[in-house]
Write a new protein. Structure first.
Length: 244
């Protein structure tokens, strides 16, 4: 089996490390890659082809893991050359996923939940060809949602709907606790019901949200745009908080 990567960032690198097997050959290209990416590719000991067109042609599974803004363009450019499965792992909206489906014959919509560098990350997949990727469960937890392309992307949006709204509430509550000099006690009483690691995880979530507030706001706008028929009172309130 040949697995090809278009894009070779942290996600691709960790997937390669997870799937290492004598039965799998990995390929990519240095075409138009940055110096940092080229260095990462060479460190990974992956077979290098001349172009990404070559990668698409020769791959049984072609993995697209790039910036969300380039996901559709990459599908348009290379999807037509892919005769195997095209696994899209980009953090994109369901609308973009369905648009990609117009240019790719065997699209599987994928969503990695949690951190990819966990020993056993969880991969949710959807699409008619998803069954052919269930062998990945030997290397990472892999769950098929449905035969419908876009369901994995919807699930990813719903998760963001919850996590980003909770993050906004945590920021607001902790700010109030801090103003009363009760921040430690605030996390302590919540840890009684939420678990011993709650404080550590909450502070990490708060810092991540504050440090990436612009991107988080963009993602919330994407949620509001896609679920425009729903009321989304809490999501809109979270967006207002992040924009502050």
């Amino acid at each position: 089996m040949i697995i090809g990567f278009i894009g070779f960032g942290k996600v691709s690198q960790n997937i390669l490390n997870l799937l290492k097997s004598d039965d799998i050959r990995f390929i990519t290209s240095l075409e138009n890659r940055s110096a940092k990416t080229i260095e990462r590719i060479k460190e990974s000991d992956i077979e290098i082809l001349d172009t990404f067109k070559d990668v698409a042609v020769h791959s049984d599974i072609l993995i697209s893991a790039n910036s969300p803004s380039s996901a559709l363009d990459i599908a348009k450019k290379y999807g037509k050359y892919s005769k195997g499965i095209y696994l899209d792992l980009n953090n994109i909206s369901p609308k973009t996923t369905l648009e990609i489906d117009r240019y790719v014959a065997n699209l599987v919509d994928g969503a990695i939940i949690g951190k990819i560098d966990f020993p056993k990350p969880v991969l949710y997949i959807s699409g008619e060809m998803s069954d052919r990727l269930l062998f990945l469960n030997d290397y990472m937890i892999t769950k098929k949602i449905s035969d419908n392309v876009g369901d994995a992307a919807i699930l990813k949006l719903l998760r963001s709907c919850y996590t980003k709204t909770v993050s906004a509430v945590l920021i607001e509550s902790s700010e109030i606790a801090k103003s009363h000099d009760l921040e430690d006690e605030f996390f302590e009483i919540l840890s009684l019901t939420e678990g011993d690691e709650f404080k550590e995880k909450s502070i990490s979530r708060i810092n991540n949200t504050l440090n990436n507030s612009k991107r988080k706001s963009e993602e919330l706008n994407e949620i509001i745009d896609y679920f425009d028929e729903n009321e989304l009172v809490m999501v809109k309130a979270a967006l207002k908080k992040l924009n502050q």
